[in-house]
Design a protein around this ligand. Structure first.
Ligand code: ZN
Length: 343
């Protein structure tokens, strides 16, 4: 929400775009609030200050504050909220619990005269996929290319009407199919030929998987009671509850930030000993008992508020590289869990 042409110099990051958070962003002279939860969850028929989202929307527009909300994009993203939560809760070798999208890959093959090989390869590397922990992966082999320039051609090598034989490299790189248009643009501008010859092969190799929740393992097995204590301490969540025998052995852990009981069956299928999430309802707790999976409910707020510091740190890191020098990023300090606990 906001004016896409407005100048941004101060950004606030928060979990919720509540009226109190909007007020705090305006007090801090911010022009952009980056929130996890959006202001509008259900389609609205009116934007009235008699409703909570309406109050936020009116206050933000009045104060010239834009609001960008990430929500499930950030839940799912590689390096997003669930990866952050996995790291916080000590999980190793994490994978998505419910895959929502698999990256589609393609092989781009281009034929390049020898002296231009490095230049074309470098142009393609800025778009190419890494193989595990290896970037700048390519393959090239020498061969012979032939062509006869036709009338009207302006050949880089050879003359119109004469068959040319040229030593050329066959250069191959792996690409995300979504990045093909940009890669082809770079290829054409780096290649010396008027009409570079290239082929695009769709691949059946599986690309990176993105999805809801995460499944991973603890370095050492522990008990449900101990792990619940660790989760509560790591997230600073005073109201952490659990379902299951406190002595249950826990090593394989599934998690899903916020309201994540919808992934309970996936967690069971993946062999998880416990699902860490928030917003567990009574009948879901009963179902977990029946399915034989333990649950740890650390609360919606505490499994997600960790995003604020992390997103702010990431923005501070990437904004200068993206040409947004001098943008100040701050974390909202007024957010608290709406649930309180008696001690
Ligand atoms: Zn949430």
């Amino acid at each position: 929400m906001g004016d896409p042409t407005a100048e941004i110099t101060r950004i606030m990051v928060a979990l919720d775009a509540t009226p109190a958070v909007i007020e705090s962003a305006l007090q801090a002279s911010c022009q952009l609030l980056v929130s996890h939860h959006p202001m509008i969850f259900k389609p609205q028929k009116s934007v009235s200050t008699a409703t909570t989202p309406g109050k936020s929307i009116h206050a933000a527009i009045r104060g010239g504050l834009a609001v960008a909300s990430m929500h499930t994009n950030y839940d799912i993203a590689c390096g997003g909220l669930n990866d952050l939560l996995s790291e916080r809760l000590g999980l190793k070798a994490c994978a998505p619990l419910q895959v929502t999208a698999t990256q589609e890959l393609a092989k781009l093959v281009v034929f390049v005269p020898q002296e231009h090989l490095d230049r074309v390869r470098a142009a393609l590397f800025s778009h190419a996929e890494s193989l595990g922990s290896y970037r700048d992966c390519s393959f090239s082999a020498m061969g012979e290319g032939t062509f006869t320039p036709l009338d009207g051609a302006r050949p880089f090598i050879g003359a119109v009407g004469t068959l040319e034989k040229v030593p050329e490299y066959r250069l191959e790189v792996l690409l995300d199919r979504a990045k093909l248009p940009q890669a082809l643009k770079s290829l054409v501008s780096a290649h010396p030929y008027e009409e570079p010859a290239y082929d695009i092969y769709p691949l059946h190799n599986r690309g990176t998987e993105n999805g809801l929740g995460r499944i991973g393992s603890l370095p050492e097995a522990t008990t449900l009671a101990d792990y619940t204590r660790q989760v509560a301490a790591q997230l600073g969540a005073p109201g952490t509850r659990f379902v299951g025998d406190p002595a249950t052995r826990i090593q394989k852990v599934a998690l899903c930030s916020g309201s994540g009981t919808s992934v309970m069956h996936s967690a069971v299928r993946a062999g998880a000993h416990v699902l860490v999430t928030g917003d567990v309802k009574y009948h879901q707790a009963r179902e977990a008992e029946d399915l034989g999976i333990a649950l740890i409910d650390a609360g919606h707020f505490h499994t997600e508020i960790i995003m604020a510091e992390a997103v702010a740190a990431r923005l501070r890191r990437i904004l200068p590289d993206s040409g947004f020098d001098g943008c100040q990023v701050m974390v909202c300090k007024v957010e608290t869990d709406p649930f309180r606990y008696l001690h």
